[in-house]
Design a protein around this ligand. Structure first.
Ligand code: MN
Ligand code: MN
Length: 471
C-alpha cells in the first residue's frame, strides 16, 4: 500500500518522514475524507453530553445495542453502556475467551470550558451577567473577548429535563466575557499572565434590556429571568439542579492554504475519542480478542466522579459483560479479563511548536504531521504520576503498527522539568494490564482553538483500528 516501508525508518522522530510525503494517492484522499467526518463530529459534540449522544448515535447505526437489551452475549455482538449520558463504553465481543483479555482504547470526551456557578445570574450597573467557574486547566486570558455558545441541561423538581443550546447556529446570539481595553490596561498588562484575568473576572455577559417597570429593582436581571421562563420553561431556583457550559462558538475549520490542519475547540480529547469510536465501528470482522472503547468523562479535573475513570464504572460494566458471557465467578473473571488486557490510553500530546521551541527537546517531541504519537511515560518532576509503559509491550506495538502501515512517532511531552501532564493510563494500568499513551499531537492545547494535523488524526484512527483487531 505504501511506496516505501517505514518499519526500518530511523527511531528518531525528528528524522521520521511526514505522512503526507509518503502516503499513496488513494490514502492521501482517505485522510481528507476521514477529516471531513471528524470535523462534523466535532460540530455535533460541543459538550461531553452531546459527544456521548453522537457516539451512541453513530454506534447504533453500526449495529451496537445497549447492554440492557442482551440476555446473553456471543462472539460478534456489539454492545454499549451509556453512563449517565456523559461517558460511554463500547464492546465488540471477540471469538476468544474474554478472560484472556481485551484490546482497549480509552479516551475522554470532557474538555476545558467555563461552567456556570449554581447561582449564576446577577445584575451589575445595568448589565446582566453569569458567574462562571472554569473547568480544567486553562489560560484564563484566552477565554475573554471571544464569542461563546451556551449549552445547558436543567432538570426540574418533577424530573422534566430541559436542554438548551444557544450560540452555535448563525441565527442565535452568542455570549462573551469582556476584557479591559488596552487604553486603561497599564496595571493589568504588568500582571503575571496567570493573574491578567482572575477566576472571578470570567463573567459572562447575557443581557442589557430592563423590564418596563420603573419600580422594579434589578430590572435587567428580571428581564432575563422572564425570557428564560417564557422561552425555556425554568426559573431562577431551577439553576440549583442544572449544568451549563460555555464553550467557544463556531464550527471546526480546516487551517492553512493546503487545508492540511484542523483548528477547533476540544480536540483534547475528541480527536482521540473520534479515532477510537471509528476504530471500533470500522472493524469489519469479529476480532479474536474482545475489542473495547472507553469514552470517559471528567479527565480534565482528575478523572473523578461516577463517570470518570477513577470510578468503578469500567470494572462494573466489564463484570456485566463477563456475566452475560456465562462466567459464573464474575469477580475472578473481571480481574482476569482486565489483568490480561492491553490498552492504548488515547489522549492528545504536545505537538512540537517552532514558535515555542525552547519548551521542547526536538529529539523527543511529537511533530505535527508525522503520525500517531506514542508517549512511553508522562507525568512531571521525574515521571511522577506516569504509567511508564514496558518495552515488551512497546515492541509488540511497533511490529503491529509497522506491518499495517501506521505512521507513528515517540515523544516525551516537553523538556524535562518544563511541566507535564497526565492521562487515564495509570488508572487502567492499576488493573495490571499493559498500557501506553498513544494519541494525536496538538498545538495550543486547552486553548479555545486547538490545532492538529489531518495526517495525524487519520493515523491515530489507523493505529487504534489496527490495535483493536491485530493485537
Ligand atoms: Mn486529554
Ligand atoms: Mn487535557
Amino acid at each position: 500500500m505504501y511506496t516505501e516501508s517505514h518499519g526500518d525508518e530511523s527511531a528518531l522522530t525528528a528524522e521520521k518522514p511526514l505522512v503526507f510525503s509518503k502516503v499513496t494517492d488513494p490514502e492521501f484522499k482517505k485522510i481528507f475524507d476521514y477529516n471531513d467526518d471528524y470535523l462534523h463530529f466535532l460540530d455535533a459534540s460541543k459538550t461531553e453530553r452531546l459527544c456521548c449522544a453522537e457516539a451512541v448515535r453513530q454506534a447504533e447505526k453500526a449495529g451496537f445495542r445497549p447492554l440492557s437489551e442482551f440476555r446473553s452475549l456471543a462472539p460478534g455482538d456489539k454492545v454499549y453502556v451509556n453512563e449517565r449520558n456523559k461517558a460511554v463504553i463500547f464492546y465488540r465481543i471477540g471469538t476468544e475467551a474474554v478472560t484472556d483479555g481485551m484490546n482497549i482504547v480509552g479516551a475522554h470526551i470532557d474538555s476545558p470550558r467555563l461552567d456556570l456557578k449554581p447561582s449564576p445570574l446577577y445584575e451589575s450597573d445595568d448589565l446582566a451577567l453569569f458567574k462562571t467557574h472554569y473547568y480544567g486547566g486553562i489560560k484564563k486570558y484566552q477565554w475573554v473577548a471571544l464569542p461563546l455558545a451556551l449549552y445547558g441541561t436543567v432538570v426540574l423538581k418533577d424530573g422534566t429535563k430541559i436542554s438548551l443550546s444557544i450560540g452555535d447556529r448563525e441565527s442565535e446570539p452568542v455570549f462573551c466575557v469582556s476584557d479591559l481595553l488596552i487604553h486603561l490596561a497599564g496595571k493589568q498588562m504588568a500582571k503575571k499572565a496567570a493573574e491578567v484575568i482572575e477566576g472571578e473576572e470570567l463573567n459572562l455577559l447575557v443581557g442589557s434590556i430592563p423590564v418596563k417597570d420603573e419600580d422594579v429593582k434589578e430590572a435587567v436581571k428580571k428581564n432575563i429571568l422572564k425570557k428564560l421562563q417564557k422561552e425555556y420553561g425554568f426559573t431562577e431556583a431551577d439553576f440549583a439542579s442544572a449544568e451549563f457550559e460555555a464553550v467557544p462558538a463556531g464550527k471546526a475549520r480546516s487551517v492553512g492554504f493546503d487545508e492540511s490542519l484542523v483548528g477547533a475547540y476540544a480536540q483534547d480529547d475528541r480527536v482521540c475519542a473520534y479515532a477510537a469510536l471509528r476504530g471500533i465501528l470500522d472493524l469489519d470482522e469479529t476480532p479474536a480478542r474482545t475489542a473495547c472503547v472507553i469514552l470517559a468523562d471528567k479527565e480534565e479535573i482528575g478523572s473523578v466522579g461516577s463517570t470518570g475513570m477513577n470510578s468503578r464504572m469500567f470494572e462494573n460494566d466489564t463484570a456485566e459483560i463477563c456475566a452475560l458471557l456465562g462466567e459464573t465467578d464474575t469477580n475472578l473473571a473481571v480481574r482476569r479479563t482486565l489483568r490480561n488486557s492491553a490498552c492504548l490510553s488515547a489522549d492528545v500530546t504536545a505537538g512540537y511548536d517552532p514558535t515555542f521551541a525552547s519548551a521542547f527537546d526536538p529529539l523527543n517531541s511529537a511533530f505535527i504531521g508525522k503520525g500517531a504519537a506514542i508517549c512511553k511515560y508522562g507525568g512531571a518532576r521525574g515521571k511522577s504520576g506516569s504509567n511508564d509503559a514496558h518495552p515488551e509491550f512497546l515492541a509488540k506495538l511497533r511490529g503491529i503498527f509497522d506491518d499495517a502501515g501506521v505512521f507513528w512517532q515517540t515523544c516525551d511531552m516537553g523538556k524535562v522539568d518544563q511541566g507535564g501532564g497526565g492521562t487515564i493510563a495509570y488508572m487502567l494500568a492499576a488493573y495490571g494490564m499493559d498500557v501506553v499513551d498513544c494519541g494525536t499531537a496538538v498545538l495550543s492545547m486547552h486553548s479555545p482553538f486547538e490545532i492538529s494535523s489531518k495526517a495525524d488524526t487519520y493515523m491515530t484512527w489507523k493505529a487504534y483500528n489496527t490495535f483493536l483487531i491485530k493485537y
